[in-house]
Design a protein around this ligand. Sequence first.
Ligand code: NAD
Ligand code: UDP
Length: 317
Amino acid sequence: MRTVITGGGGFVGSHLCERFLAEGHVVVCVDNLITGSLVNVEHLRSNPNFIFYRHDISHPFEIDAPVDNILHFASPASPVDYLRHPIPTLKVGSLGTHNTLGLAKLKKARYLLASTSEVYGDPEEHPQREEYWGHVNPIGIRGVYDEAKRFAEAMTMAYHRHHGVDTHICRIFNTYGERMRLDDGRVLPNFMGQALRGEPLTVYGDGSQTRSFCYVADLVEGIFRLLHTDFHEPVNLGNPNEVTIREFAEEILQLSGSKSKIEYQPLPQDDPKLRRPDISRARKLLGWEPKVDRHEGLRRTLEHFRQRVKDGSAKMG
Ligand code: NAD
Ligand code: UDP
């Protein structure tokens, strides 16, 4: 089996590379490292089944070998990253999806698109079921990500319906774990970095907005199962255990034993107020649900960030 993983040098992608290698696949990782890092796959590079191409997937990618699976995970994913790279984000969701679908058609490969809960925007339905069409501001600052992913879903369904490609779409809800970048701007790396450095935790708005956090190992299991179904409509993958951002900050303070204070800062534009996946479809279709509870997942992730913060301060002398 040969599996192409775009964005394999990123947080989720690197865990997928590990999983497919463990299943005995040859893994072809394609990444331009715009938000990822070779450090994430350093431990895989001595494996003869692991091949890394530094390439921007918004440009066509050719491979002179059979391909069985393509997982399209390339895209800036943190709001800070996609606001810093708005046009590359639009391009990788549109052109990158088109290029990878073209490759899947040519190679007769299975295809899986990494979509997102952001397709629901600032939802007016709670929790979010796959049938919900969403509430997205196309011209708002988050539109570059949300609309690119919505386009990517439309393109994926068209390749399935029109060309018969064996496609799958997972809508991923906030996922966390080892190998997230300390400075990617998402809430968990921010709070953990701040707690470990003894700086104030920056809660945006009044912290009453909610998210539902899924540990990366659970997500990877769901993705692996979804790829091997004959189901083509989107499937939510996430942990339905919902928490307010204020409670989340307190949880991280308690877990880390940090004496940091909480500091309130303005809420960014179009920040979704509520987010929780309805995972009935994944439960039924995949026999899947998250296994790692938030306390355990956060404990493991904190160890990773403790090391990163140590390495960072060692570098700064
Ligand atoms: P990440 O930033 O760590 O990883 C993304 C990877 O894609 C990086 O290695 C980056 O360099 C690469 N990339 C970006 N543009 C590229 C391009 N044009 N060509 C080649 N490589 C490119 O982010 P992540 O959290 O690992 O997210 C991975 C995927 O999962 C993304 O598609 C994201 O939209 C999706 N997703 C993630 C979450 C989450 O909570 N982590 C939630 C919803 C969706
Ligand atoms: N957030 C916060 N402080 C931070 C970073 C984020 O309060 O330092 C909030 C953000 O406003 C949002 C939630 O935490 O309501 C999750 O933000 P994140 O950037 O992780 O991802 P999102 O789910 O918004 O894509």
